[in-house]
Design a binder for this molecule. Structure first.
Ligand SMILES: [Zn+2]
Length: 294
């Protein structure tokens, strides 16, 4: 019996990183690498980032380049990146609508459609009641909640990496990058084997990461890991056709963890599975220490 190729979609949150764009002398380095490798990605846009510094036309142009790339599917990540559980439903719903203005106009020009919304922090709301209210708001805008199955805390490693580079500690920075790549491989193995245990078959995955320096510099290494682990990178739409992604979710709290856990109806089973996740405590403590000292 031959095994079907394993599949994974790459999703990139918090696009466009306009602060990074200034440092790159207005070259969209991550996008250029994605385009030169022709790897399909889905981006989740916070339009507020376009207005975050004085380079409005450059930032708008950056967003346009992302939207116009043939390798990029475009999705909404809200305008302001509010935490849903801490935000009034009406305000949150307005912020989703507001986050669709520029991408709505730009995607139309290239015949793309915005179909997905990803909750900031993957915080779907404080309880079932709020989650239902926001769900209606999304349905009214023809948006589906974007899930993910695999992540590896790239935001934390990116913070540490940039810290050590800015301090001239290149050796420490290299260690952090290596730890990120090792964790990505281990997380991929962990979530894939969890899915196999639950469903008794291979499921296609969705990898969550961010528009940051770490993924820009190590995109090739990430892709190599996916390939070495037997995964081919495919569009998110293809992954979303799998039946696992049509399941209800049973977790109605605010924490931003993998959909593999949310699809588990048994809470103690969910908690037991989470305890086996690859450990990030060593770097998380470093991250907290540095955050506090800033
Ligand atoms: Zn985000």
């Amino acid at each position: 019996m031959t095994h079907a190729q394993k599949r994974i979609a790459i999703t990139i949150d918090d696009v466009p990183n306009t602060g990074k764009y200034v440092k790159e002398s207005f070259e969209p380095v991550l996008l250029n690498r994605i385009d030169s490798l022709k790897v399909p990605v889905t981006i989740f846009v916070n339009e507020k980032k376009v207005y975050e510094n004085e380079y409005l036309s450059e930032n708008f142009d950056l967003l346009k380049q992302w939207v116009f790339s043939p390798n990029v599917q475009v999705a909404n990540h809200s305008f302001s990146h509010f935490r849903c559980s801490e935000t009034d439903e009406i305000l949150f719903c307005d912020d989703i609508r507001k986050g669709g203005h520029l991408i709505g106009e730009l995607t139309q020009k290239v015949n793309k459609k915005v179909s997905y919304f990803r909750f900031p922090y993957n915080d779907l709301g404080r309880d079932e009641k709020q989650q239902q209210a926001i769900g209606q708001c999304l349905a009214a805008q023809n948006l589906l909640t974007a899930p993910f199955t695999v992540e590896s805390s790239d935001w934390m490693f990116d913070f540490l990496y940039r810290h050590y580079i800015s301090e001239g500690q290149n050796g420490e920075a290299a260690k952090v990058a290596e730890a990120y790549l090792v964790l990505t491989r281990n997380s991929l193995r962990f979530f894939d084997s969890l899915a196999y245990t639950v469903y008794g078959r291979q499921i296609p995955h969705i990898y969550l990461c961010h528009d940051n320096l770490l993924n820009t510099l190590f995109l090739n290494d990430l892709l190599k890991i996916f390939s070495e682990e037997g995964f081919s990178v495919v569009p998110m739409d293809e992954v979303m056709t799998d039946a696992v992604y049509r399941q209800p979710i049973y977790y109605h709290g605010k924490w931003g963890f993998s959909w593999l856990y949310r699809w588990m109806s048994n809470e103690s089973e969910r908690k037991a599975a989470m305890k086996l996740e690859p450990d990030t405590q060593y770097y998380y403590r470093q991250y907290q220490r540095l955050r506090e000292s800033k």
